[in-house]
Design a protein around this ligand. Structure first.
Ligand code: ADP
Ligand code: ZN
Ligand code: MG
Length: 476
């Protein structure tokens, strides 16, 4: 019997707030353990908690960026469980009254067909401490680092709408793009500011029943999520075909062996309303004000880039994956640079160069204004493609404008017909054999002559014009 997978994701996103959720300790990663701590976030009994306004705002913006509906009333609960990463015995989370309900993210399935994947709800919670397991001589010890304890998180819980590893990965990428547009979180699975648990079950294809699910944790990249889901689908299919029951439990992804291994039985403790954090109220005026703060979102931007600037679908998608790239592109396009040339230059030249330099597009010395100068030279054929590439490299180390550097380095492309003809004639005179071949109608000889002329001009001749001039000469 053919099966289909039913997949739901639970995604933790660490908000990029300066402080933690309930105290003023810094919400940043540090090398040294237990340095960003206070009585509140090491959870001493009786220490005061005060909900961070910044975290609430960023959480709310995140919900809106995911098309969720902010709840008029939301509140924190004490989610009870015992583990050394949570010595106080409960985590402040939202269960009964989450910050937002609903929401969705649009993706394309593996056949390019659009799919809308729904979000069940989004809630806020505090992060737990980090356990570090070490061996001290023959003794195995576990250390607790509270730097992360109390960090502001939102948890995004999807509906079980996802069917394939591809869809799960596309969902995570689209989600990350939208949240990064809202500028509320970095969303890097590699550095742990986004973590994703996958719930997976199988059912006969076409059925709408739900069967026992397994939860998989510990994936540290979007690709790993896809791999873990693919592995888990295969594992469950095999079990079902062997007549073994699927039991609800939690498994760990092992990225070295590419397998999932059992971790623990699924645990769900009680969740009771917390009396220490006041209820959160969102009236329509506040919601409207927050909505005003969201920028144009990626899908709309992509559509606009295609229609307004004539970009292809792929170019528009590339230019809208990051808000900062989109802004840079649009600054160029508004600077009356040919928009498609700008898009191709950004993705083909600028972004790879920035990656090499480990630099950000927002603070590169090659600002959009300066790049506009470079692209104008390319567009009006004052420099050729090769020169433009060298020019870009020089612009990273010099504050001068593109035309200034081009003049200084003699980078101007030769487009003057008389000047080009003079160099070409000299080459023809030096190469009587090639000229004889041209007379005999041998096409390769033209390529040779052009190559020689380019070389003689120091790479500055306009190759297209050279071909035209040569083509007009009569050798018979
Ligand atoms: P739990 O109580 O185990 O946390 P929830 O109902 O809160 O389960 O759902 C957690 C996640 O699991 C959600 O993303 C949801 O979409 C997903 N999910 C629920 N049931 C299934 C199922 N049968 N198969 C796969 N995923 C499921
Ligand atoms: Zn603190
Ligand atoms: Mg749940």
């Amino acid at each position: 019997m053919p099966y289909e997978a039913v997949i739901g994701l639970e995604i933790h996103v660490q908000l990029n707030c300066p402080t933690k959720l309930f105290c003023d300790c810094a919400n940043t990663a540090t090398e040294k353990a237990n340095t960003h701590v206070c009585p509140t976030c090491i959870w001493l009994p009786g220490a005061p908690v005060q909900l961070s306004e910044d975290a609430l705002e960023k959480a709310a913006l995140t919900c809106l960026a995911l098309n969720g509906e902010l709840s008029a009333r939301s509140a924190f609960d004490q989610k009870v469980y015992y583990y050394p990463d949570l010595p106080k015995g409960y985590q402040l989370s939202q269960h009964h009254l989450p910050l937002a309900t609903g929401g969705w993210v649009d993706i394309s399935d593996e056949n390019g067909k659009p799919r809308r994947l729904r979000i069940h709800h989004v809630h806020m919670e505090e992060d737990v401490a980090k356990l570090v397991h070490e061996t001290d001589g023959r003794k195995r010890i576990s250390l607790v680092d509270f730097n992360r304890a109390g960090a502001p998180l939102v948890e995004i819980v999807t509906e079980p709408d996802i069917r394939t590893p591809h869809e799960a990965m596309a969902f995570l990428r689209a989600l990350r793009t939208r949240i990064r547009y809202a500028k509320t979180a970095e969303c890097s699975m590699e550095s742990g500011t986004m973590r994703c648990d996958a719930n997976i079950s199988l059912r006969p294809a076409g059925s709408d029943a739900f069967f026992t699910k397994v939860e998989v944790k510990n994936m540290n990249s979007v690709k790993a999520v896809g791999n873990a889901i693919a592995y888990e689908i295969e594992r469950q299919e095999k079990m079902i075909n062997e007549g073994q029951p699927v039991v609800m439990h939690t498994r760990l992804w092992d990225p070295d062996k590419n397998v999932t291994t059992p971790m623990r039985a699924k645990f769900a403790g009680p969740c009771i309303p917390d009396p220490s954090v006041p209820e959160i109220h969102m009236d329509t005026a506040r919601v409207d004000a927050l909505k005003q703060r969201l920028p144009e979102m990626p899908a709309e931007k992509q559509a606009r880039f295609a229609s307004q600037y004539g970009l292809t679908g792929d170019e528009a998608a590339l230019m809208s994956t990051e808000r900062d790239i989109a802004d840079y592109f649009e600054a160029l396009a508004r600077n009356s640079v040919n928009a498609r040339m700008a898009a191709q230059w950004i993705s083909g030249r600028l972004l790879p160069a920035l990656k090499d330099q480990n630099a950000e597009i927002t603070d590169t010395v090659l600002s959009a204004d300066r790049a506009a100068g470079l692209l104008s030279l390319l567009e009006n054929e004052s420099v050729n493609a090769k020169q433009a590439k060298e020019l870009m490299a020089l612009m990273f180390t010099s504050p001068k404008s593109a035309p200034e550097i081009a003049d200084e380095k003699g980078f101007r492309q030769i487009t003057d017909i008389d000047e080009l003809s003079a160099i070409l004639d000299a080459v023809l005179e030096e190469n009587p054999d090639a000229v004889a071949n041209l007379r005999a109608g041998k096409k390769q000889a033209a390529g040779f002559i052009i190559g020689q002329t380019m070389q003689k001009s120091g790479g500055r001749a306009n190759p297209k014009m050279l071909s035209e001039i040569l083509g007009r000469k009569n050798f018979s």
